[in-house]
Design a protein around this ligand. Structure first.
Ligand SMILES: Cc1ncc(COP(=O)(O)O)c(C=O)c1O
Length: 334
């Protein structure tokens, strides 16, 4: 049996989650009458401390709806250079919203208020006006880093000062919640919109949520429809998401412990590893693609994200034994 550390998206629904899905009450969600989708949205909005939530197909769809909500064609949006919407969403912001993306490069993927202040340019007919700041917590390509709450507060304050709306891409925000001990509603406080994924560390098969004001979520619903994301008896998948939120949040601490175990083991074998705050471990390695293939031959699946870097992501389908096997397989590369 292989150990799959390519991503926390590879998790499969547990028997209990499947049972909840099989027994879900359903209706037509395009008519807003799927009781399980409605229950999930109500639960998520409450947890997030926002007026409303919208169930969508993916983290990408949630981010893109948030961008469309906050912008007009010709606007500029700001995000860190490694952020997901710029790097991994197929250029969607340019196509769906017609916006220009201003990137801010940082070492760790975490923006500061000064970064934002020094990037936003004043009104001038030559410039695309910046209207939205996107923040990613935890940072995927930044190494699973968690924003300190004060830094989030400062970002919200500077965005307000500069007249920007704010969106938090919280694909893995529950990892940030568990690592920081700060509840979701507190971490999202002040953001106009936020998204989070049910299909990553939380272990549901499909789905993400977008949260925000009731007025924004009503508009978001229409944008979702425009993108072909209006689903019918979606309660079957929403039930998996509801189960994930009710049962799988606190266990993310196990993934974080295993990421630390992995980092310690690899460091012990002389690898250069960024100390993980959550469930993502980056290992510096020459010829990463070759190393990825050699590890695959030993039953360890991972991704070479650059020519000199491999990413390993811990999740609920990898146990302590899998971590030990991974450390041994890396050691054998030496
Ligand atoms: C930070 C971040 N945002 C958004 C997404 C997009 O999620 P999805 O794959 O559900 O579209 C991902 C996926 O890995 C991600 O890491």
């Amino acid at each position: 049996m292989h150990v799959d550390l390519r991503s926390d998206t590879v998790t499969r629904p547990s028997p209990a989650m499947r049972k909840a899905m099989a027994h879900a009450e359903v209706g037509d969600d395009v008519f807003s009458d799927d009781p399980t989708v409605n229950a999930l949205q109500d639960y998520a909005a409450k947890l997030a401390g926002k007026e409303a939530a919208l169930f969508v197909a993916s983290g990408t769809m949630a981010n893109q709806i948030a961008i469309r909500l906050a912008t007009q064609p010709g606007d500029a949006i700001l995000m860190e250079a490694k952020a997901h919407p710029f790097n991994y969403e197929a250029g969607a912001a340019a196509v769906i919203s017609g916006v220009q993306t201003h990137l801010i490069a940082t070492e760790d993927g975490l923006l500061t208020a000064d970064d934002v202040r020094s990037t936003v340019r004043g009104p001038n007919d030559h410039f695309a006006p910046a209207t939205l700041l996107c923040v990613e917590d935890t940072t995927n390509r930044g190494g699973g880093g968690v924003y300190p709450k004060t830094q989030l507060n400062e970002l919200i304050a500077v965005a307000k000062e500069l007249g920007l709306r704010t969106h938090l891409d919280g694909a893995r925000v529950f990892n940030a919640v568990v690592a920081s001990g700060i509840a979701l509603d507190q971490r999202l406080k002040g953001f106009d919109t936020a998204s989070f994924c049910l299909s990553k560390g939380l272990g549901a098969p499909v789905g993400s949520l977008l949260v925000g004001s009731a007025a924004d979520m009503a508009r978001a619903r229409r944008i979702r429809k425009m993108l072909g994301g209006g689903m019918r008896q979606a309660g079957i998948i929403a039930a998996g998401g509801l189960y994930a939120l009710e049962h799988n949040v606190q266990r993310l601490a196990d993934d974080h412990r295993r990421a630390r175990m992995l980092a310690t083991g690899l460091t012990g074998h002389g690898f250069e590893v960024r100390a993980p705050e959550t469930n993502i471990v980056y290992v510096a390695i020459d010829n990463a693609a070759e190393a990825q293939a050699a590890l695959h031959d030993r039953g360890i699946w991972c991704i070479a994200v650059a020519k000199d870097s491999i990413r390993l992501v811990t999740h609920m389908d990898v146990d302590d034994g899998g971590i030990s096997r991974t450390i041994d397989a890396f050691a054998a590369l030496r």
